[in-house]
Write a protein that binds this ligand. Structure first.
Ligand SMILES: [Zn+2]
Length: 487
């Protein structure tokens, strides 16, 4: 067996599996006469496998189930494919889904003919399981994002074995209680969100909401100067610091307003296990006359109020980390820290509940003398007693390195951020392909042929959705930028 051939077949898989072997170049042809042996204690997984082969492979092989558990973690699976039999071992429906995703990524069409919808799979043995249990993608739904695009990103995240999506609406979700908190001409009805939340459930990925309760109060990128609420409704100015970027945490009306939105989101997302309260990049705190003086107590009380409100709903609070670290502190040189020592933000942590889960976003790759970054912010926040989730962005080295760091230092998960780069082809590769590697199997060093793999997978997902238009295929909507665009 030529090692190059095995590597080529293995490189089809995103994320790379933990253990992969391929004895020869034989294939399993998926036909009506094929056999699948499914060993799983959950009997309903047979229907999952049958539906997969029917819809994806246009064939209905016999799926023979045996209610047996195996010595694998909850989301782990074993796949053994020979010319005559495909055997899947797993303990849960989620693990069976992951095995089926792997089969789909390995598949190729019947070879040597003009056209065919039949599929075949190289004979391989795989044992696979995630390196950590929280593997999220943070998705931003901008007014410019079409529904199909966000849906395809949800499908892609599920296909790449992430299990959570933190969904941040940038002014598109039309709420009942506060319909003014939305761009009228880009409003998306709650029923559309409900459809996607259910789709996520069916695909094995849980959608959870985000609402910024401190900085980023504009629900728009700072470089654009837009403000979701004040551009359309200037009378709501008392809810914000005078420049509008940060919520005014001293105004009781702000707390009431945000609480009403939080409660509506909890209901919409079916009492989610997590809720992200943002809190990054609050550039202008304590800038109104009401906020001036004893600000840290006011801010801590504001954050704690929402943490406690969510805890009553059995919901854990996720929060960006950066306002807890002083940017002047030499320990964080090269790393992200946005708080100020002078304003006491570096001691804010002493007044906050330790069950807040801090999302440590580190978007650079601050190597020193060619050495991998050591990510000291995560270690420090963990030592303070908080659970910490590592959050890379668009540097492909960062995702993999942070994934390895998270496993080594026993961090609490991985949250891949996307921001406004969900439609940039080479950056999407860093975000989704390298991100999946960082979250699932960072300790494997398999090379994935990432760009073309991503294109192939996006084509599969566009077909699943029945998409037909030019801009709905590929990793970008247009090959040539059709409009001036803020970079
Ligand atoms: Zn204020």
């Amino acid at each position: 067996m030529d090692l190059r051939h095995a590597q080529m077949i293995q490189s089809r898989l995103v994320p790379p599996p933990q253990k992969f072997t391929m004895p020869d170049l034989a294939v399993w042809k998926i036909t009506e006469d094929s056999k699948v042996r499914l060993l799983c204690p959950e009997p309903e997984t047979a229907a999952l496998a049958e539906a997969f082969f029917r819809t994806i492979c246009s064939a209905t092989p016999t799926v023979q189930t045996e209610p047996k558990s195996c010595n694998l973690p909850e989301e782990g699976y074993r796949l053994d494919i020979t010319q005559n039999l495909c055997t899947i071992e797993a303990n849960t429906a989620q693990a069976v889904r992951y095995a089926l995703h792997t089969i789909r990524q390995l598949m190729e069409s019947e070879r040597g003919v003009l056209t065919s919808t039949r599929q075949q799979v190289p004979c391989v043995s795989i044992e696979d399981y995630p390196a950590m249990s929280f593997r999220g993608v943070h998705l931003c739904w901008f007014p410019e994002t079409p529904v199909w695009e966000i849906e395809r990103q949800i499908r892609l995240a599920a296909y790449y074995k992430f299990n959570y999506i933190v969904m941040e609406s940038w002014g598109v979700l039309k709420l009942d209680r506060h319909p003014e908190f939305c761009w009228d001409e880009y409003a998306v009805e709650k029923s559309e969100f409900k459809r996607l939340i259910q789709l996520g459930k069916d695909l094995g990925i849980r959608l959870v909401p985000q609402l910024n309760i401190f900085g980023h109060a504009t629900c728009a990128r700072v470089g654009t100067g837009k403000h979701l609420l004040l551009d359309q409704h200037p009378e709501y100015a008392p809810l914000f610091e005078p420049d509008g970027w940060t919520w005014c945490v001293s105004n009781p009306a702000t707390r009431q307003y945000l609480q009403e939105i939080v409660e509506e989101l909890l209901d919409l997302y079916n009492e989610p296990p997590y809720f992200h309260i943002g809190c990054d990049e609050a550039y202008t705190p304590e800038s109104c006359t009401l906020c001036m003086g004893s600000y840290l107590e006011k801010l801590a009380s504001h954050i704690t109020f929402f943490h406690d409100l969510l805890a009553k709903h059995h919901c854990k609070t996720l929060m960006w980390h950066d306002m807890l670290l002083a940017r002047e502190d030499p320990r964080w040189e090269g790393y992200i820290a946005c708080g100020s020592k002078k304003d006491g933000h570096d001691t804010l942590h002493t007044c906050l509940p330790k069950s807040l889960i801090l999302c440590d976003w580190q978007y650079h790759y601050p190597e020193k003398d060619g050495k991998e970054p050591h990510w000291p912010t995560g270690t420090y926040l963990k030592e303070l007693g908080f659970p910490v989730i590592v959050c890379p962005w668009d540097d492909p080295r960062g995702g993999w390195s942070l994934g390895k760091f998270a496993v080594r230092e026993k961090m609490d998960g991985y949250l891949q951020t996307v921001w406004h780069h969900g439609q940039r082809s080479h950056i999407m590769t860093a975000i989704f392909v390298q991100g999946a590697h960082g979250a699932w199997s960072p300790e494997t060093d398999t090379q994935t042929i990432s760009w073309v793999s991503l294109n192939h997978h996006l084509r599969q997902l566009s077909h699943d959705m029945g998409l037909k238009e030019y801009r709905q295929f590929g990793s970008v909507q247009y090959q040539v930028d059709p409009a001036p665009y803020q970079d």
